[in-house]
Design a protein around this ligand. Structure first.
Ligand SMILES: Cc1ncc(COP(=O)(O)O)c(C=O)c1O
Length: 394
């Protein structure tokens, strides 16, 4: 088959920047602070439970929507973390669906909501899976830029971008790659816009349990009216250091969940059964794990940030996730992709450039204004200190 007769559905998509930088890090033996995966193993309890599930024969298909015990535990977690009003009860059996990672949940959510010709608003820098999933559902992204140093959303620009084709808004909080959080006033404005313009929200909350300095995660699940028009997506990979298990979930009102499940069953039918048994038990036996995660990662952030204090990098505030942005304008004139290649090959530290998170149209302006890269601090202290020592030499 030649290019001339095969027309790609995603002509602008190549190998992701995460894959590229991790390959380069391996090739040059660099410390890999690029791709966002934890250097730590999964908790022992969880390892024993998955082992038990596999040895005990829990290896066949489970219900497409997810194992009932796991649905129940996710419902209890949501209720405990986000629903203060006791009269509002999570109906997990009808509003939670277990998926093969947040990536599948995002894919199915876009397929559920977006129809051919619809527009979907995304905020740049944006996680890379949104746009292809929106396009393959027949939609088109409208990119609204968030700008350094605070990466706040300008809701006036959002309202001016909304037109009769706008179907949905994608939010991501805590935010990858910037480490920023949406606050209560953002959610209140979002709720107003969504109700006024009859829109839907896809809320990517995979770092929901990683916020710092006592800041509260503003989940869509806290806002009943907003939730009625939303799909909230999370990932156990981030919460339990098991990104390779690819287990996540979507919480949505019953009507949206019914549609979501129709598509999910034909994408994968069900997700990895042994991990569902193990995580259901982990959620029940160790609810404190979620409560301790912010403290665990705040310590990691602080190790890296204080080790970079005497460097020529300007460290931007990280309020959540396991990422921090650093500005290298005092060190180099290279653009961020060139700088990351140079840093990996010559200095031995791999980072992620920010420009691949921006739409092409916004890029020129971005490159002129910013010299910023992302570092991942989901690493052992020794790894962070070794990387910082190299970075401080610049
Ligand atoms: C913002 C964001 N959304 C979704 C995902 C995908 O999560 P999963 O590995 O569970 O598919 C990631 C993973 O890095 C992410 O950072």
């Amino acid at each position: 088959m030649t290019d001339s007769i095969f027309k790609s559905k995603l002509p602008n998509v190549g190998t992701s920047i995460f894959t590229k930088m991790s390959l380069l890090a391996n090739q040059y033996g660099a410390i890999n602070l690029s791709q966002g995966f934890p250097e730590f193993d999964v908790p022992d309890y969880l390892k024993s439970r998955i082992n038990e599930a596999i040895v005990g024969g829990k290896n066949q298909y489970c219900p497409s929507m997810g194992l009932p015990d796991l649905l129940h535990e996710i419902g209890a977690l949501v209720q405990r973390c986000y629903i203060e009003n006791e009269t509002r009860k999570m109906d997990a059996l009808h509003s939670v669906t277990v998926t093969s990672g947040a990536t599948e949940a995002l894919w199915v959510a876009f397929q559920t909501i977006v129809r051919p010709g619809d527009e979907v608003i995304v905020f740049d820098p944006a996680y890379d899976s949104y746009e292809p999933a929106i396009e393959l559902a027949g939609g088109r992204c409208r990119h609204v830029a968030m700008s350094a140093p605070d990466y706040a959303i300008d809701w006036n620009v959002v309202e001016n971008t909304i037109n009769h084709q706008t179907r949905a808004i994608v939010i991501n909080t805590p935010h990858n790659p910037t480490g920023t959080l949406l606050v209560q006033s953002d959610m209140e404005i979002l709720q107003k816009l969504v109700l006024k313009h009859d829109l839907y929200v896809i809320s990517d909350e995979v770092y929901e349990h990683i916020t710092f300095d006592g800041l509260r995660h503003e989940s869509v699940l806290r806002y009943p009216e907003l939730f009625m028009r939303s799909m909230v997506i999370s990932s156990f990979g981030k919460t339990f250091h098991c990104t390779g298990w690819k287990l996540g979930y979507c919480v949505a009102p019953k009507a949206l969940t019914d549609e979501f499940r129709k598509i999910h069953q034909y994408v994968t039918f069900c997700s990895f059964t042994p991990a569902q048994f193990a995580i259901a038990q982990m959620l029940k036996a160790h609810p404190q794990h979620m409560d301790e995660l912010s403290g665990f990662y705040q310590q990691k952030r602080d190790v890296l940030v204080s080790a970079l204090q005497d460097s020529r990098f300007e460290v931007l505030p990280s309020k959540g996730t396991y990422f921090v942005l650093v500005d290298y304008s005092e060190i180099s004139d290279l653009n961020d992709v060139e700088f990351c290649h140079w840093l990996t090959k010559e200095i031995g530290v791999a980072a992620i450039p920010l420009s691949p998170f921006y739409q092409a149209d916004l890029l020129n302006e971005y490159h002129q204004k910013h010299k910023i890269v992302r570092l991942c601090f989901a690493k052992h202290d020794e790894t962070l200190l070794k990387a910082a020592e190299l970075l401080c030499q610049l």
